[in-house]
Design a binder for this molecule. Structure first.
Ligand code: GTP
Ligand code: ZN
Length: 228
């Protein structure tokens, strides 16, 4: 959590850890975390990652007295904890604003082209693309930006695209008290583009449909809006 640009060392409460958004009855949805994942404050994690990343760079033969490289271990450590993997800490989970559906809007709501910046958990290199989400209100409506924030929170973890898709869908179902949710992610994996097979032309599409979106007509309406 940041306040005035300073990292606050607040550990998540047991309740926050319990409610990380994952459905604990479906353990395959959960990001695999150690039992002691939250025993250490973020500032301690940053200090330790800095130390170990410095060691990794030294093993690679880099001269850490160089003024361009000297700050890199700490930059990487802060980037991991405060930015690209901040979604591992439940304290950073967005609070969701819900409103009464007073106008009785009963069609699907689609938020498309939500930017996804994540990292592949196998190689720790970027995954980037777009997420498209939809839901049909069961009585509440959600602040639009919260849909983007939910996608962003779960993206900021080491991920595989399938689990990211399911975690977003699960969070929407819980937040909106409805099964009527759809999520599509279309993303490019740097582990496929920039190394290994080096196929820069491929992308990966994953989807999660539940409730009314299992109906072909409803799903096709959603997909028509996406022009997929
Ligand atoms: N299913 C799935 N696989 C992924 C995702 N991101 C990366 N991978 C794959 O994870 C696999 C890891 O396979 P390994 O054979 O252990 O790793 P590797 O030797 O680096 O594999 P190559 O990438 O083929 O060189 C690779 O095939 C990656 O393409 C993802 O989001 N979902
Ligand atoms: Zn990868």
């Amino acid at each position: 959590m940041k306040q005035n640009g300073t990292l606050l060392n607040i550990l998540p409460t047991d309740e926050m850890i319990e409610h990380m958004g994952e459905d604990h009855s479906m353990s395959s949805l959960e990001t695999p975390l150690r039992k002691d994942a939250f025993a250490m404050e973020d500032s301690e994690k940053i200090d330790l990652i800095e130390k170990h990343f410095r060691h990794i760079m030294e093993i690679m033969g880099l001269d850490l007295t160089d003024d361009s490289l000297n700050g890199t271990p700490r930059r990487v450590a802060k980037m991991y904890i405060e930015e690209v993997f901040s979604g591992l800490n439940p304290i950073n989970k967005p609070s969701v604003t819900l409103f009464e559906n007073r106008y009785k809007y009963n069609q699907m709501l689609v938020e498309k082209d939500i930017t996804v910046f994540s990292n592949c958990e196998h190689h720790f290199v970027p995954i980037y693309g777009k997420a498209h989400v939809a839901y049909i209100s069961s009585g509440k409506v959600i602040g639009l930006s919260k849909l983007n924030r939910i996608v962003d929170f779960y993206s900021k973890r080491p991920q595989v695209q399938e689990r990211l898709t399911m975690q977003i869908a699960n969070e929407l179902k819980q937040a909106l008290s409805t099964e009527d949710v759809a999520v599509v992610i279309d993303a490019q994996h740097m582990c496929v583009h920039s190394r290994g097979i080096k196929d820069t032309g491929s992308s990966t599409i994953t989807s999660a449909y539940s409730g009314k979106f299992e109906n072909e007509d409803t799903r096709n309406e959603f997909l028509r809006y996406l022009n997929l």
